[in-house]
Design a protein around this ligand. Structure first.
Ligand code: ZN
Length: 204
Protein backbone atom coordinates (compact mmCIF):
# COMPACT_ATOMS: atom_id res chain seq x y z
CA UNK A 1 0.00 0.00 0.00
CA UNK A 2 2.70 2.52 0.97
CA UNK A 3 5.44 0.92 -1.06
CA UNK A 4 6.76 4.19 -2.41
CA UNK A 5 6.89 5.98 0.93
CA UNK A 6 10.32 6.17 2.50
CA UNK A 7 10.70 3.28 4.92
CA UNK A 8 12.19 5.48 7.60
CA UNK A 9 9.06 7.64 7.66
CA UNK A 10 7.05 4.85 9.24
CA UNK A 11 8.66 4.92 12.65
CA UNK A 12 6.24 5.87 15.44
CA UNK A 13 8.65 8.55 16.57
CA UNK A 14 8.50 10.25 13.19
CA UNK A 15 4.72 10.37 13.36
CA UNK A 16 4.16 11.29 16.97
CA UNK A 17 4.53 15.04 16.53
CA UNK A 18 2.10 15.27 13.63
CA UNK A 19 -0.34 12.45 14.28
CA UNK A 20 -3.91 13.34 15.10
CA UNK A 21 -5.14 12.01 18.42
CA UNK A 22 -8.90 12.07 18.90
CA UNK A 23 -9.95 13.87 22.07
CA UNK A 24 -13.24 12.55 23.36
CA UNK A 25 -13.73 9.17 21.74
CA UNK A 26 -11.51 7.03 19.59
CA UNK A 27 -13.03 6.65 16.13
CA UNK A 28 -12.46 3.53 14.10
CA UNK A 29 -10.77 3.42 10.75
CA UNK A 30 -12.24 0.86 8.41
CA UNK A 31 -9.61 -0.51 6.09
CA UNK A 32 -10.29 -2.43 2.93
CA UNK A 33 -6.69 -3.46 2.46
CA UNK A 34 -5.67 -7.06 1.97
CA UNK A 35 -2.09 -6.45 2.97
CA UNK A 36 0.24 -3.57 3.74
CA UNK A 37 1.31 -1.59 6.75
CA UNK A 38 -2.10 -1.20 8.29
CA UNK A 39 -0.73 -1.33 11.83
CA UNK A 40 0.62 2.16 11.22
CA UNK A 41 -2.90 3.50 11.72
CA UNK A 42 -2.71 2.74 15.41
CA UNK A 43 -0.02 5.43 15.63
CA UNK A 44 -2.57 7.94 14.37
CA UNK A 45 -4.72 7.38 17.45
CA UNK A 46 -7.46 5.33 15.82
CA UNK A 47 -9.14 2.13 16.78
CA UNK A 48 -8.91 0.00 13.68
CA UNK A 49 -11.41 -2.32 12.03
CA UNK A 50 -9.86 -4.04 9.04
CA UNK A 51 -11.57 -5.39 5.94
CA UNK A 52 -9.53 -7.35 3.45
CA UNK A 53 -12.08 -7.12 0.65
CA UNK A 54 -14.84 -4.67 -0.23
CA UNK A 55 -17.39 -7.44 0.29
CA UNK A 56 -16.69 -7.25 4.04
CA UNK A 57 -17.34 -3.50 4.22
CA UNK A 58 -21.14 -3.36 4.74
CA UNK A 59 -21.04 -5.72 7.76
CA UNK A 60 -18.10 -3.91 9.34
CA UNK A 61 -19.74 -0.52 8.86
CA UNK A 62 -22.87 -1.82 10.58
CA UNK A 63 -20.90 -3.39 13.43
CA UNK A 64 -18.35 -0.65 14.17
CA UNK A 65 -20.05 2.51 12.87
CA UNK A 66 -16.71 4.10 12.00
CA UNK A 67 -16.33 7.83 11.60
CA UNK A 68 -13.87 7.43 8.78
CA UNK A 69 -12.91 4.77 6.26
CA UNK A 70 -9.61 4.42 4.42
CA UNK A 71 -9.88 2.61 1.11
CA UNK A 72 -6.89 1.48 -0.95
CA UNK A 73 -8.33 1.38 -4.45
CA UNK A 74 -5.33 -0.58 -5.75
CA UNK A 75 -5.51 -3.41 -3.22
CA UNK A 76 -6.58 -6.83 -4.54
CA UNK A 77 -10.25 -7.70 -4.19
CA UNK A 78 -11.14 -4.09 -3.37
CA UNK A 79 -13.82 -2.30 -5.37
CA UNK A 80 -13.31 1.25 -4.10
CA UNK A 81 -16.49 2.59 -5.67
CA UNK A 82 -18.53 -0.13 -3.96
CA UNK A 83 -16.79 0.72 -0.67
CA UNK A 84 -17.82 4.38 -1.02
CA UNK A 85 -21.42 3.43 -1.67
CA UNK A 86 -21.51 0.91 1.19
CA UNK A 87 -20.01 3.38 3.67
CA UNK A 88 -22.75 5.89 2.93
CA UNK A 89 -25.68 3.51 2.73
CA UNK A 90 -28.56 3.06 5.15
CA UNK A 91 -28.03 6.40 6.88
CA UNK A 92 -24.66 5.29 8.23
CA UNK A 93 -22.69 8.14 6.82
CA UNK A 94 -18.98 7.46 7.00
CA UNK A 95 -16.26 9.85 5.84
CA UNK A 96 -14.35 7.99 3.12
CA UNK A 97 -10.78 8.70 2.11
CA UNK A 98 -9.64 6.80 -0.98
CA UNK A 99 -6.04 6.40 -2.05
CA UNK A 100 -5.13 5.33 -5.57
CA UNK A 101 -2.24 5.41 -7.97
CA UNK A 102 -4.07 6.49 -11.15
CA UNK A 103 -5.73 9.94 -11.13
CA UNK A 104 -7.99 8.72 -13.96
CA UNK A 105 -9.86 6.66 -11.35
CA UNK A 106 -10.86 9.72 -9.36
CA UNK A 107 -13.98 11.02 -11.20
CA UNK A 108 -15.77 7.69 -10.70
CA UNK A 109 -14.68 7.62 -7.05
CA UNK A 110 -16.07 11.11 -6.45
CA UNK A 111 -19.36 10.17 -8.08
CA UNK A 112 -19.48 7.04 -5.89
CA UNK A 113 -19.21 9.23 -2.78
CA UNK A 114 -15.53 9.52 -1.80
CA UNK A 115 -15.03 12.50 0.54
CA UNK A 116 -11.27 12.78 0.13
CA UNK A 117 -8.64 11.53 -2.32
CA UNK A 118 -4.96 10.92 -1.69
CA UNK A 119 -2.88 10.04 -4.74
CA UNK A 120 0.08 7.70 -4.30
CA UNK A 121 2.81 7.96 -3.34
CA UNK A 122 2.22 10.07 -0.25
CA UNK A 123 4.00 10.84 2.99
CA UNK A 124 2.59 9.23 6.15
CA UNK A 125 2.17 12.57 7.91
CA UNK A 126 0.05 13.78 4.99
CA UNK A 127 -2.25 10.80 5.48
CA UNK A 128 -2.43 11.49 9.22
CA UNK A 129 -3.30 15.12 8.54
CA UNK A 130 -6.02 14.28 6.04
CA UNK A 131 -7.59 11.63 8.29
CA UNK A 132 -7.50 14.03 11.23
CA UNK A 133 -9.19 16.75 9.24
CA UNK A 134 -11.82 14.32 7.94
CA UNK A 135 -12.64 13.18 11.47
CA UNK A 136 -12.92 16.76 12.75
CA UNK A 137 -15.23 17.75 9.89
CA UNK A 138 -17.27 14.57 10.26
CA UNK A 139 -17.63 15.00 14.02
CA UNK A 140 -18.87 18.53 13.49
CA UNK A 141 -21.28 17.31 10.83
CA UNK A 142 -22.69 14.67 13.19
CA UNK A 143 -23.02 17.28 15.96
CA UNK A 144 -25.00 19.58 13.69
CA UNK A 145 -27.04 16.86 12.03
CA UNK A 146 -29.39 16.73 15.00
CA UNK A 147 -31.10 19.82 13.70
CA UNK A 148 -29.87 19.91 10.10
CA UNK A 149 -29.80 16.33 8.92
CA UNK A 150 -30.90 17.18 5.40
CA UNK A 151 -27.34 17.99 4.30
CA UNK A 152 -25.09 15.05 3.40
CA UNK A 153 -21.55 15.08 4.73
CA UNK A 154 -19.07 16.93 2.53
CA UNK A 155 -15.41 17.51 3.31
CA UNK A 156 -13.53 20.68 2.44
CA UNK A 157 -10.72 18.43 1.22
CA UNK A 158 -12.66 18.30 -2.05
CA UNK A 159 -13.85 21.57 -3.53
CA UNK A 160 -15.95 22.36 -6.52
CA UNK A 161 -15.04 25.53 -8.40
CA UNK A 162 -17.83 27.06 -10.48
CA UNK A 163 -15.42 29.13 -12.56
CA UNK A 164 -12.99 26.33 -13.43
CA UNK A 165 -13.99 24.71 -16.73
CA UNK A 166 -12.95 21.34 -18.08
CA UNK A 167 -10.38 21.74 -20.89
CA UNK A 168 -11.95 18.79 -22.72
CA UNK A 169 -15.71 19.36 -22.59
CA UNK A 170 -15.82 22.97 -21.26
CA UNK A 171 -18.17 22.08 -18.44
CA UNK A 172 -17.82 24.40 -15.40
CA UNK A 173 -17.76 23.24 -11.75
CA UNK A 174 -14.46 21.37 -11.83
CA UNK A 175 -13.60 19.50 -8.63
CA UNK A 176 -10.20 20.02 -7.01
CA UNK A 177 -9.28 16.76 -5.26
CA UNK A 178 -5.56 16.71 -4.42
CA UNK A 179 -2.43 18.85 -4.64
CA UNK A 180 0.79 18.33 -6.50
CA UNK A 181 2.56 21.25 -4.79
CA UNK A 182 1.79 24.52 -3.03
CA UNK A 183 0.86 26.00 -6.39
CA UNK A 184 -0.65 23.16 -8.42
CA UNK A 185 -3.68 20.94 -7.88
CA UNK A 186 -5.47 18.05 -9.52
CA UNK A 187 -8.91 18.79 -10.97
CA UNK A 188 -11.61 16.41 -12.17
CA UNK A 189 -14.56 16.91 -14.49
CA UNK A 190 -17.47 14.79 -13.33
CA UNK A 191 -19.25 15.30 -16.66
CA UNK A 192 -16.67 13.66 -18.92
CA UNK A 193 -14.27 12.07 -16.35
CA UNK A 194 -11.27 14.09 -17.53
CA UNK A 195 -8.55 14.90 -14.96
CA UNK A 196 -5.85 17.56 -15.23
CA UNK A 197 -3.39 19.66 -13.24
CA UNK A 198 -4.04 23.38 -12.94
CA UNK A 199 -3.20 26.33 -10.70
CA UNK A 200 -4.16 25.69 -7.10
CA UNK A 201 -6.94 27.87 -5.76
CA UNK A 202 -7.80 28.89 -2.25
CA UNK A 203 -11.21 29.88 -0.92
CA UNK A 204 -11.63 33.62 -0.31
ZN1 ZN B 1 -15.19 17.49 -19.02
Amino acid sequence: MFRNAPASAWSPGALSKTAYVPEAEAPSVLLTVGDGDTDAFTYFGFTRAAARTSAEVPALVQRHRPAVAFVDADAPHVDAEACCRAANAHGLEVAVLVTCRAPQQVPALLIAGAHAILLKPFAPNLLAGRLGRLVREHTEHRRLSGWRNDAPFASHLIRRWADVCCPTCQEPNATAFDFTSHRRAWFACLACAHVWIDARREPV
